[in-house]
Design a protein around this ligand. Structure first.
Ligand code: ADP
Ligand code: GLC
Length: 482
């Protein structure tokens, strides 16, 4: 029997050790899914204080160093377990990672983010030499790990092959050209066909250009980033490399997100018995102090950034509440959106609740207790919230874009034969379009038995990692043997 292909996944955030959103959830669950389909996978990430506190560190640590410009930067590698089968290597260099935030604090990102993640990428390459079992393929995620791709090419033919995963084309990972000595690649990597991006350097572009394959997290997003509207200045580069670009929808961690066993919700439930879901809604209404008659309850759990389409919600407030619904938003992010949503919640004290902050347990209670989950994104590479909604029988109302378009089938729309409609979609990024979709959702809620029928079918749909891990496995095998 041939030896299994070993994989190393590198990410700047990995759930549950350190997280700001969906990237961490995928980096935290894909390794186990790959291991289960026969590709043993290890993980490497920065040793932020919260990650050090949560990882079950064991075994001796490694003491290593990389050179960055004229400086020799020493670091430790600590070994912990992400799951019983997935080891995690934590790169500890306190001058870069012992900080309150992952990428910044409040409004401002850390000014040395390019140095921090140049260091991290170099440290991953250095670590390869010291791993007891060498990986044949590295999966690097988003701009923070983009430089790993050219470093692997420079390391020669014996080095692992690189697959670059784009979770968000919106973040280019820009650095000033003055950083070239810290980056330390030969001159030929920096030109327009390499890292150069309108006079700066882009680590995202490094990942795209110098990898063996590029994956993005849904087929629709793979097409959208090849257009001027979605490419963020790199659409031409992505068209040039279209032959190595793949779209694979994210899976959901079905252990973490399971309405039958979820410890954070008021009652457990399944497709066979939705009684628990009613209890979850009652408990959520009580928790939020929402009184009044039973109304369709819409939930949002979101980073508060322009990507998430919150301006549409703010602009359509009066029309939305005329429909007779309740709305709860859990989110954290940019102060501008916090202010706008706070004002909106004050205007509709009987029907709207805003919870500011990052609260995982509450996100479970909102997904389980709402009737609908609203995701009106401007762009959305994959989106996990609508998948959690489907898993919990909470019907998604989404903008038809990126992964939202690939995973939600519009009620009474043109659906593939044999599949039921699992939600509501609208296309134009306009308040009127959002309101029309929400109105159709409220009509379904008002028709006796109809909401429950769709909810029940959705609970049976499979968005676990099973299918997606197989797609990754096929690509990894192809890249490893090329
Ligand atoms: P993105 O990664 O672009 O933020 P996704 O839909 O892929 O979007 O993933 C978002 C993830 O972050 C989900 O798991 C969601 O539950 C979580 N999340 C976002 N904001 C919050 C919050 N304020 N509290 C708890 N979880 C949140
Ligand atoms: C990004 C995207 C989101 C995606 C997540 C995980 O944060 O914004 O759409 O689901 O990564 O891939």
């Amino acid at each position: 029997m041939s030896k299994p292909i070993r994989v190393l996944l590198a990410s700047s955030e990995v759930s549950p050790l350190a997280s700001t959103g969906g990237l961490a959830e995928v980096a935290g669950s894909l390794p186990q899914a790959l291991t289960e389909v026969g590709l043993p996978t290890m993980v490497v990430m920065p040793a932020y204080p919260e990650a050090l506190a949560k990882a079950k560190i064991s075994g001796p640590k490694l003491l290593l160093a990389v050179s960055m410009g004229v400086e020799l930067v020493e670091f430790e590698v600590l070994i912990g377990q992400l799951t019983s089968e997935v080891p995690v290597y934590l790169i500890r260099c306190d001058k870069f990672f012992d900080r309150p935030g992952l990428y910044g604090e409040g409004r401002t990102g850390y000014l040395d983010n390019p140095e921090r993640f140049t260091f991290f990428s170099r440290a991953v390459i250095e670590l390869l030499e010291h791993l007891p079992q060498k990986p044949q393929v590295i999966l690097a995620n988003d701009w923070q790990t983009g430089l790993i791709m050219p470093y692997l090419l420079e390391a020669g033919p014996q080095a692992p092959k690189g697959i670059f995963i784009i979770h968000n084309q919106g973040y280019l990972g820009l650095a000033p050209p003055s950083l070239v000595s810290e980056i330390g690649l030969p001159d030929r990597y920096y030109g327009v066909e390499g890292l150069e991006y309108y006079g700066q350097l882009s680590f995202l572009k490094a990942g795209i250009v110098f990898s063996q394959a590029v994956v993005t997290v849904s087929p629709s997003y793979a097409k959208e980033i090849q257009t001027p509207e979605g490419g963020n200045g790199l659409d031409g580069v992505l068209r040039l490399y279209a032959g190595k670009l793949h779209g694979i929808v994210n899976g959901v961690d079905y252990v973490q997100w399971n309405p039958m066993t979820d410890p954070y919700i008021a009652a457990n439930y399944s497709a066979d018995d939705l009684a628990g879901k009613k209890i979850c809604k009652l408990a959520l209404r009580r928790e939020l102090n929402l009184s009044g008659p039973d109304r369709p309850l819409f939930g949002m759990v979101s980073r508060l950034t322009a990507q998430k389409g919150l301006t549409l919600v703010v602009e359509s407030a009066s029309e939305l509440f005329k429909l007779g619904l309740d709305l709860v938003i859990l989110g954290s992010g940019e102060p501008w959106f916090e202010e706008k949503l706070t004002a909106m919640a004050e205007d509709y004290p009987d029907n709207m609740r805003l919870v500011l902050g990052y609260n995982s347990q509450m996100s479970h209670r909102i997904i389980a207790g709402s009737d609908f989950v609203l995701v009106p994104s401007l762009y959305e590479p994959c989106g996990l919230i609508q998948l959690y909604g489907l898993r919990y029988g909470t019907i998604p109302v989404v903008r038809a874009i990126g992964g939202l378009n690939d995973t939600v089938r519009d009620y009474a729309g043109q659906n593939p034969a044999g599949l039921w409609d699992n939600g509501f979609k609208f296309s134009q990024f306009q308040p009127g379009a959002l309101v029309r979709a929400v109105r159709r959702a409220c009509e379904l809620y008002a028709a006796p038995g109809e909401w429950a029928k769709m909810s029940n079918m959705n609970l049976k749909e499979d968005f676990s990692w099973t299918a997606s891990a197989q797609s990754y496995a096929k690509l990894i095998q192809k890249v490893a043997s090329a």
